[in-house]
Design a protein. Structure first.
Length: 320
């Protein structure tokens, strides 16, 4: 970044000098003190976690744990540019839902309506009679500019990294044990993550001990509704913010437009999320966030989240 390099000096905290500093420390039984086994276990655990994370960091896939009213399970999630992914196929899933199937029939009937298109030359004659050449050129330039803006927006959207889960045909695959998840990964069964270039390597290297999600990748959706029902003073901002992040990812990855709409910018649940984040950040923003939270109805928030959790639970395929 152009900043000058600084020499970093590590200064150890000095212990008081004792006459017997060179002698081994004795415990209560007058024997040499043994290393604390708890400390050893902690160091071993940290080393193990570091090794486990190297696999996930290298392959850019993460283990995730999601708790729902029906139980908790493990799955996988990755982020990739939208242009590099084929979305999960929800055709079969939506056919199983009578309400979605009915909506599709109505949409197809509307699409079949007859549209009369004027002959191109005749349309141009009408246009020439309504406006002169100069106005047409202005219109054409404006149209071209709009199309260019649309193309730029599309390109940016295609480059944006989006979530993709271990799913199949619009269903999230959740496994109750690390062993069952690893067994599925190695099985070669079809799934939406198999399109990733790192999937084959994961199937060769992953072990059950590797399925250890970070705290930030652990989501307790089963607790959200009950927490919201408790009222403003009991709301757990960390729980609710993480739940919102998971729900947005899941609704995008599993193609649940109704859930995306409920969490979209300007919605009541999005206002709740923003107020919780402001409160968690503290300061004057936190004060304003707390004021905003008091204006959000606990019953409305809990009912909205109950709907979200229900829609996500409906598209889960529990394994084992």
């Amino acid at each position: 970044m152009g900043n000058p390099k600084h020499t970093e000096v590590s200064v150890a905290r000095q212990s008081p000098q004792r006459p017997d500093a060179d002698e081994p420390e004795l415990d209560a039984s007058t024997g040499p003190a043994e290393p604390d086994q708890a400390d050893e276990a902690e160091e071993t655990g940290r080393a193990s976690t570091s090794v486990d994370r190297s696999l996930w960091d290298e392959l850019r896939i993460d283990p995730v744990e999601i708790a729902l009213p029906a139980g908790a399970g493990f799955t996988l999630r990755a982020y990739r540019p939208a242009r590099a992914l084929t979305p999960t196929d929800v055709t079969e899933r939506d056919q199983d839902d009578p309400f979605l199937a009915r909506r599709q029939v109505i949409e197809e009937e509307e699409d079949d309506e007859t549209v009369v298109i004027l002959d191109k030359e005749l349309a141009e004659e009408f246009a020439e009679s309504d406006e002169d050449a100069a106005s047409r050129r202005r219109r054409d330039r404006a149209t071209a500019a709009d199309e260019a803006d649309d193309e730029n927006a599309t390109d940016k959207a295609d480059d944006e990294e989006v979530p993709v889960f271990l799913s199949h045909r619009g269903k999230l695959l959740l496994f109750k044990t690390p062993e069952s998840l690893v067994s599925f990964i190695r099985s070669g069964a079809p799934n939406d993550l198999s399109q990733l270039d790192s999937w084959n390597e994961l199937s060769e290297r992953v072990e059950p001990d590797d399925i250890a999600p970070l705290d930030e990748d652990t989501y307790e959706l089963d607790l959200v509704v009950e927490n919201l029902r408790g009222g403003h003073d009991t709301w757990d901002s960390t729980l609710l913010i993480k739940a919102g992040e998971a729900a947005r990812d899941l609704s995008y990855g599993l193609r649940l437009p109704a859930v995306l709409d409920m969490l979209s910018s300007g919605s009541s649940l999005d206002d709740l999320d923003e107020a919780l984040r402001a409160t968690a950040n503290g300061g004057i923003g936190g004060f304003m966030g707390r004021r905003r939270l008091k204006k959000i109805g606990a019953q409305t928030a809990s009912l909205g989240w109950r709907t979200i959790v229900g829609k996500i639970s409906a598209v889960v395929d529990w394994r084992d």
